[in-house]
Design a protein around this ligand. Structure first.
Ligand SMILES: *[C@@H]1O[C@H](CO)[C@@H](O)[C@H](O)[C@H]1NC(C)=O
Ligand SMILES: *[C@@H]1O[C@H](CO)[C@@H](O)[C@H](O)[C@H]1NC(C)=O
Ligand SMILES: *[C@@H]1O[C@H](CO)[C@@H](O)[C@H](O)[C@H]1NC(C)=O
Length: 366
């Protein structure tokens, strides 16, 4: 008797935990007056489920095995578990920041996540299948307006000036021209194209600044050409890195660093953290064991060389795929996205490492 009631109690708990929204995993009650809110912009590295709600999305992760380790169910995050903004939210004592498009999510005091898998800084990038950065900014304006109506201008201004604005953007602007017929890319020099990408990001930063934003956190562009995806799909012969993408990523990162430095001189009170994702991911690809991974080049989930062909979950064109037993042994969960363990390492470096000129913890404490 005792046994059977115990086991049904256990079952109930399991069901209850499936029903708990992700925002309830946080550690302690969040206080709107004490803690900084977080607004998240960008692409699949930061998308917490916005693409689930697009009619036709370039990429989605709302099916198993995405989410298999931490959440135990798919959420739309492109990883086995938590993504970088989730860990930053934990450091900030915030609940997980919900996707803007999630139905019923109209509470913005802790911030909101606008990021969309496949998105770029240019509106042309994967147009029609993503929420591009400009549209993400227009959603931010709506959020600001709603906050103003609910909390008044003074409280809204305080919230927006204390908030952290996190960005991961650019990769798709460089990847998209390789898989789609994107004439704009081919009619510009690399330098001018990079200038356009960083220029459009700068416009968004300036507008957020004009709306009261002061504390910004950036990821620069990773070694795009060395992902399992790039090696398997874009590089036919050697299966080495795709050099053209490496060149573009380096150009982008140099331009971004320069522009951020210039903005510091132009915009009073503008503060930022620029995490060198390029170097951190590159080090782990080349020396996985130094960072606790068994595999740095092969993805946990996918098909073909390096499991780099995007088929994880079997919901795209290719239905067959391999899945590793233990995602934490892998740097990449699928061909383009880090595992939760890798995301945690990156978030920790952003929070308390030495990204220039500040880490996020210092930005918040100032
Ligand atoms: C790519 O687009 C151009 C016009 O923008 C068109 O002339 C060309 O045929 C297209 N190529 C492919 C392979 O679709
Ligand atoms: C933004 O991108 C568009 C192409 O989408 C380009 O025409 C424009 O010049 C860019 N803006 C800046 C400020 O670089
Ligand atoms: C890869 O190979 C296929 C067929 O062999 C070819 O159509 C395609 O253009 C090649 N792609 C690259 C990036 O070399």
């Amino acid at each position: 008797m005792a046994n059977s009631s115990n086991s049904s109690f256990h079952l109930l708990l399991v069901y209850a935990s499936l029903l708990i929204p992700s925002s309830c995993y946080s550690q302690r009650p969040w206080s709107p007056s004490g803690d900084a809110a977080m607004f998240v912009f960008g692409d699949s590295l930061f998308d917490a489920g916005n693409n689930n709600y697009l009619k036709s999305a370039l990429g989605r992760a709302d099916f198993w095995p995405y989410g298999e380790t931490f959440f135990k169910h798919p959420t739309g995050r492109f990883s086995d578990g938590r993504i970088i903004p989730d860990f930053i939210a934990e450091y900030l004592n915030l609940p997980f920041i919900a996707p803007y498009l999630q139905p019923g999510n109209h509470q913005y005091l802790a911030g909101v996540n606008f990021a969309s898998g496949g998105a770029g800084a240019l509106v042309e990038t994967n147009k029609g299948f993503v929420i591009d950065l400009k549209t993400q900014l227009s959603y931010f304006r709506k959020v600001k307006q709603q906050l103003g109506e609910e909390r008044g201008d003074t409280e809204t201004r305080t919230l927006l000036s204390k908030a952290i604005y996190l960005f991961s953007i650019g990769s798709n602007d460089y990847l998209a021209p390789f898989s789609t017929n994107f004439s704009a890319f081919h009619s510009y020099s690399k330098k001018d194209y990079v200038g356009m990408v960083v220029g459009n990001l700068t416009t968004v930063i300036k507008e957020i600044y004009e709306n009261g934003g002061r504390r910004f956190g950036f990821l620069n562009v990773e070694p795009l050409g060395c992902s399992p995806y790039a090696r398997a799909v874009l590089q036919n012969n050697t299966r080495g890195c795709v050099d053209e993408l490496t060149v573009l990523a380096k150009l982008h990162n140099r331009e971004l660093a320069k522009v951020l430095k210039e903005l510091t001189g132009q915009l009073k009170g503008f503060k930022y953290s620029n995490f060198d994702f390029y170097t951190s991911l590159g080090e782990r690809i080349n020396n996985p064991s130094k960072y606790g991974f068994k595999k740095g080049r092969v993805a946990c989930c996918g098909t073909g060389p390096y499991r780099g062909i995007p088929s994880c979950g079997g919901k795209r064109t290719i239905k067959e795929y391999q899945l590793c037993d233990d995602a934490s042994e892998y740097l990449f969960f699928d061909g383009s996205h880090p595992s939760e363990k890798a995301n945690y390492q990156f978030a920790e470096l952003m929070w308390m490492g030495r990204p220039g000129p500040h880490n996020l913890r210092a930005l918040v404490q100032e």
